[in-house]
Design a protein around this ligand. Structure first.
Ligand code: TRP
Ligand code: SF4
Length: 327
């Protein structure tokens, strides 16, 4: 039987951090052996909020692409591409906009949230309201059966399902209705104990140098009850310990778990051990990054190859769509 197809994308609004690594990227990597995977950089989607400062978008797009390759997404197993290179997304989005009722977009929870949150941005644009229509085009273009996303994106996949059903109802059964595949949220927090996020300024990035990693780990908030070196700590509520669980060996994890509650290890030492293990883990990722930065032609060829494979599918879909709509 043919493998099921999944598709997901990321907006190039900044470098990827450890939260992305243990969330979306780990999930994508696990799926690449079992599914026919399409992963893409949603650079047009980045325009919906950053239309007034487009300068960094292409650089971020390349950075994210390099991060994908560096952590082990394989261009042999997945189709990795860039949204704006496949102009068919724009055409399908336009056609879907004709059948998408305005109230569906106006009641989209992420739309309301973002408008409320990003007060310093004028988001009362056509493009921002239509964000989920473009996303629906991204997804159904490749007839994806599943869409791995975090919970924040679930309403957009729900809208995609409704738009696909409506298309099929008007023009014939062309599109499968895609399932949401929820990505577990990673168990680590930012250095200030809030959710790790670029916009909170609390993230450790995949591309951070060892010096930056040491610096940020040094600033991490530990067990808030442990004010002094002589106070006992509780690893179970400490974010540094969550990091140990991901990056340290079993012996170190057990030692911290044993000694922290007895105040036999201090947070400074505990953090230093963790930082070095994190740096070791990031080593191979940095080596890969350095390779692609030194070989831009190789990178370009990989992107072009992914674009080409995506384009073949997109063209087939659009032929079907135009025939169904008779235009
Ligand atoms: N909106 C998604 C995000 O911000 C990015 C995205 C665009 C996407 N198109 C998509 C995700 C299609 C999954 C499928 O994370
Ligand atoms: Fe957290 Fe380690 Fe300090 Fe314990 S010793 S509170 S686990 S940083």
């Amino acid at each position: 039987m043919a493998r099921k197809r999944i598709l997901s994308g990321m907006r190039p609004t900044g470098p990827l951090h450890l939260g992305n690594l243990h969330g979306a990227l780990a999930n994508w990597k696990n799926m690449q052996d079992d599914y026919d995977c399409f992963f893409f950089i949603a650079d047009w989607h980045a325009l919906t909020s950053d239309y007034d400062m487009t300068g960094p978008i292409q650089g971020y797009a390349m950075d994210i692409f390099i991060d994908w390759l560096s952590v082990g997404l394989s261009p042999d197993k997945c189709t990795l591409f860039v949204q704006s290179h496949i102009k068919e997304h724009a055409e399908l989005s336009l056609l879907l906009s004709m059948i998408t009722p305005l109230p569906w977009l106006e009641r989209n929870p992420t739309y309301k949230e973002q408008i409320a949150q990003l007060k310093n941005k004028d988001l009362s644009t056509f493009g921002f309201l239509g964000y989920p229509v473009l996303q629906a085009a991204d997804i159904i273009m490749y007839k994806a059966n599943g869409v791995p996303v975090g919970i924040d994106q679930a309403p957009h996949v729900e809208l995609t399902r409704e738009i696909a059903r409506r298309f099929n109802h008007f023009y014939g059964d062309i599109f499968p209705i895609p399932d949401t595949i929820l990505t577990e949220t990673p168990k680590i927090l930012g250095i200030d104990r809030r959710k790790m996020s670029k916009s909170y300024n609390n993230a450790i990035f995949l591309s951070d140098t060892p010096e930056e990693v040491r610096n940020k780990v040094g600033q991490m908030i530990t067990d808030p009850q442990r004010a002094r070196r002589t106070d006992p700590g509780n690893p179970d509520v400490c974010n540094v310990f969550s990091f140990h669980r991901l990056y340290s060996d079993e012996q170190t994890i057990q030692r911290v778990d044993r000694e922290c509650p007895k105040a036999r290890i201090g947070c400074v030492e505990c953090k230093q051990m963790m930082a070095e293990n994190l740096i070791t883990t990031l080593g191979p990722v940095h080596e890969q990054r350095a390779y692609y930065e030194a070989h831009p032609d190789t990178l370009r060829a990989i992107i072009e190859d992914g674009d080409q494979r995506a384009r073949v599918v997109a063209r087939e879909t659009m032929d079907e769509v135009r025939a169904a709509i008779r235009i």
